[in-house]
Design a protein around this ligand. Structure first.
Ligand SMILES: *[C@@H]1O[C@H](CO)[C@@H](O)[C@H](O)[C@H]1NC(C)=O
Ligand SMILES: *[C@@H]1O[C@H](CO)[C@@H](O)[C@H](O)[C@H]1NC(C)=O
Length: 645
């Protein structure tokens, strides 16, 4: 048993804990004139599951919905629109040839009898929420309005314009890439989209099949306070607020521009979808929270959408007059779309793995059909934005049955079949609980059981083949069951991953079989294991991943993208708390030969690592792909002085 596995997910345990320890300064608390000790009688516990078998919130929690302040309220923001009465999302259902689609603008109104009209593009408002498109439309604007009996508009919702699979350049890679089913992907941790976009020409020339960016979803993001001395620690990107594509790494426009540029250079782009949960309980827009003697306010996000959680509140939210419930109006999710609160305190019980709240993160009720559909619609939207596949974060905390159902809905949206180049890789970290998760055919294994469930849901063998399990048993313990319980082709492998870099969140014990660059700080050893990833023949893996990250500064948890620089603090409280400043570095460097975290052989903090530019690794990757490895550096988009070692 490996104890560290207890906290083995993309979300450092800090994600939850930091939430609860954040406190504002006396002056801020004084300004609100509150005696924290007297008021801190929060609803946690009372709000949790009432029995060992309860999984859903009580139906009357629907009354806790519609918490967004209305226009005119001092707490209203422009980005809230009229989400106090009208919310919705666009659902795209493609035809089989992926050359036309139906766009459904699905809305929910607070008043169930409200009349809604829909405006698609420049057309006149219509009663139907459905609109047919073909390849002549590459971007569609969407507006919904509530109209009263006199035809007067009383509420408006404008959502981000819809793109389509045909809105992006086609990727043309040689047949070696088996239409996107075989290749190496660079995970660019902490890289802003603009820098990835600049790197894509070289990525294509080097032969990388694609690049994976970190979660592109709207997430918490703030400049008015710190957590554990950190301004915007990395794990904020794993606390999503909505499925809007406005992220720390860049805006939606920057995302689309990056994807289109990369595709133009024949590089596929992969998403990192966080769909097990939303933000940590107590991380929301509600202005008053407490825990013990800690008191904290509301948090902001990368796009300014409203969001509410049920915990750490000590008074009813005065918009509803009720206790707060979980709500993400920009998705939209309401209080009944979440599991009741249960701590995730067992790693060998499938029930707890699925229903528990991982590190206190608000857990989505993926047994519900509407939640499954919404996640499938999100996956579909990622395809519409030009992504080619998806990493699924914390997949182990979504039951195999739920994931199979979600993939079936995704397939239905995509015209009844997965796109040919689609792949997914699931974060299912396997350790002491290997029997439950992989080796025994049981209700919670992601091998035989998961395959059967996907088959029952109508997925074909080739579709199942495209869904990979990220191999946490690589490189030390694979195949974890002592034999390949499912073919090695179904696993995606990687030496070090972003999670391994953080103290306390090490997802794997690689022993002397692998190396975490920023921990061991040994260039030769790290290169050896990256090269070995491509040269070893003891598994027929088709998807191999390489991490290009950054060396840390001050043991900090911030990206060096500029947004963790304490100089950006907007309040005095933030300035006082911000002890781990991370100055901005530029991720893109056309002169780089790879291991830039060393200077004259010595470890250099706060540098992007750019391991994917190392010529030895590139050559090994090209050999594995059956591409010519002996080509001039200029053909690889690398500087002349870069050498294989
Ligand atoms: C909150 O975030 C939005 C979107 O990033 C931004 O426009 C707004 O200025 C932020 N508000 C505060 C108070 O930081
Ligand atoms: C509603 O609650 C918020 C947060 O506690 C508070 O700032 C605001 O003044 C309250 N509004 C009214 C009208 O009581």
């Amino acid at each position: 048993m490996k104890k560290l596995l207890l906290i083995a997910t993309s979300i450092a345990i800090l994600t939850g804990l930091a939430v609860y320890t954040y406190s504002i300064t006396k002056s801020e608390s004084g300004a609100k004139n509150l005696q924290v000790q007297d008021y801190c009688n929060n609803y946690n516990g009372e709000n949790g599951c009432k029995s060992g078998t309860q999984t859903d919130n009580p139906p009357d929690w629907e009354n806790r919905r519609w918490q967004t302040p209305p226009r005119g309220n001092p707490m209203w923001k422009e980005s809230y629109q009229d989400m106090n009465v009208l919310v919705g999302h666009s659902q795209v259902i493609y035809d089989k040839s992926l050359t036309s689609a139906t766009v459904n603008f699905n809305t929910i109104t607070k008043d169930p009898n409200a009349q809604v009209q829909y405006t698609f593009g420049n057309n006149a408002p219509q009663k139907s929420n459905s609109f047919k498109v073909d390849t002549s439309i590459t971007e569609l604007t969407l507006k919904a309005e509530i109209v009263d009996s006199n035809g007067k508009v009383t509420a408006t919702l404008v959502i981000d314009p819809q793109q389509f699979v045909w809105s992006h350049p086609a990727v043309n890679q040689p047949s070696n890439y088996k239409n996107g089913q075989k290749g190496a992907i660079v995970e660019m941790f902490g890289w802003p989209y603009k820098d990835v976009e600049q790197e894509c020409e070289s990525l294509g020339k080097m032969g990388w099949m694609g690049v994976k960016v970190f979660p592109s979803q709207e997430a918490i993001f703030r400049f008015d306070g710190c957590e554990n001395g950190e301004l915007n620690p990395w794990y904020f990107v794993y606390q999503p607020v909505s499925y809007r594509q406005h992220a720390r790494m860049g805006t939606r426009d920057e995302l689309i521009s990056m994807i289109n540029t990369c595709r133009k250079y024949n590089v596929r782009v992969y998403a990192d979808a966080v769909v097990n949960h939303m933000t940590g309980n107590g991380n929301d827009a509600f202005p008053d929270h407490c825990s013990g003697s800690n008191y904290w306010g509301g948090k902001n996000t990368t796009a300014g959408s409203p969001f509410y959680t049920q915990g750490y509140a000590y008074q009813p939210w005065n918009i509803t007059g009720q206790r707060p419930g979980n709500e993400n109006p920009a998705v939209p999710y309401g209080p009944l779309d979440f599991h009741c609160e249960r701590s995730l305190n067992s790693w060998s019980d499938g029930f707890i793995l699925n229903y528990g709240w991982l590190s206190g993160l608000c857990d989505l009720n993926t047994e519900q059909d509407n939640v499954r559909q919404r996640i499938a619609d999100y996956f579909t939207d990622l395809m519409s934005l030009g992504f080619s596949g998806i990493r699924i974060d914390a997949a182990k905390h979504i039951s195999p049955e739920n994931l199979a159902a979600i993939f079936a809905k995704f397939k239905a949206n995509m015209g009844g079949q997965f796109p040919v180049d689609f792949i997914a890789y699931l974060e299912v970290i396997i350790g002491g609980e290997k029997d439950l998760l992989e080796c025994q055919n049981n209700y919670y294994d992601y091998a035989v059981n998961f395959n059967n469930l996907m088959k029952q849901q109508g997925l074909t063998d080739s579709e199942i083949y495209s869904i990979k399990i990220w191999s946490s048993d690589y490189p030390k313990e694979f195949p974890i069951c002592g034999y390949w319980v499912i073919p090695s082709e179904r696993f995606a492998v990687e030496n070090d991953c972003h999670d391994d870099q953080f103290p306390g969140s090490s997802s794997r014990d690689m022993g002397d079989k692998g190396s975490v660059l920023v921990k061991e700080r040994n260039e030769d050893l790290h290169r050896h294991f990256e090269v070995e990833l491509f040269t070893r023949t003891d598994g027929n893996w088709q998807i191999k991943l390489v991490l290009s990250s950054y060396s840390f500064i001050n043991d900090g948890f911030g990206f060096p993208d500029g947004y963790s620089d304490c100089a950006l603090c907007s309040t005095d409280a933030c300035k006082q708390q911000c002890t781990h400043s991370v100055p901005k570095q530029t991720a893109y460097n056309p002169n780089s030969c790879g291991y830039d975290c060393f200077e004259n052989g010595a470890w250099a903090p706060n540098r992007y690592t750019r391991v994917h530019r190392d010529l030895s690794i590139v050559k090994a990757m090209r050999q594995w792909m059956g591409l010519n490895a002996n080509v001039p550096n200029s053909d690889l988009g690398l500087p002349q002085n870069c050498q294989a070692k």
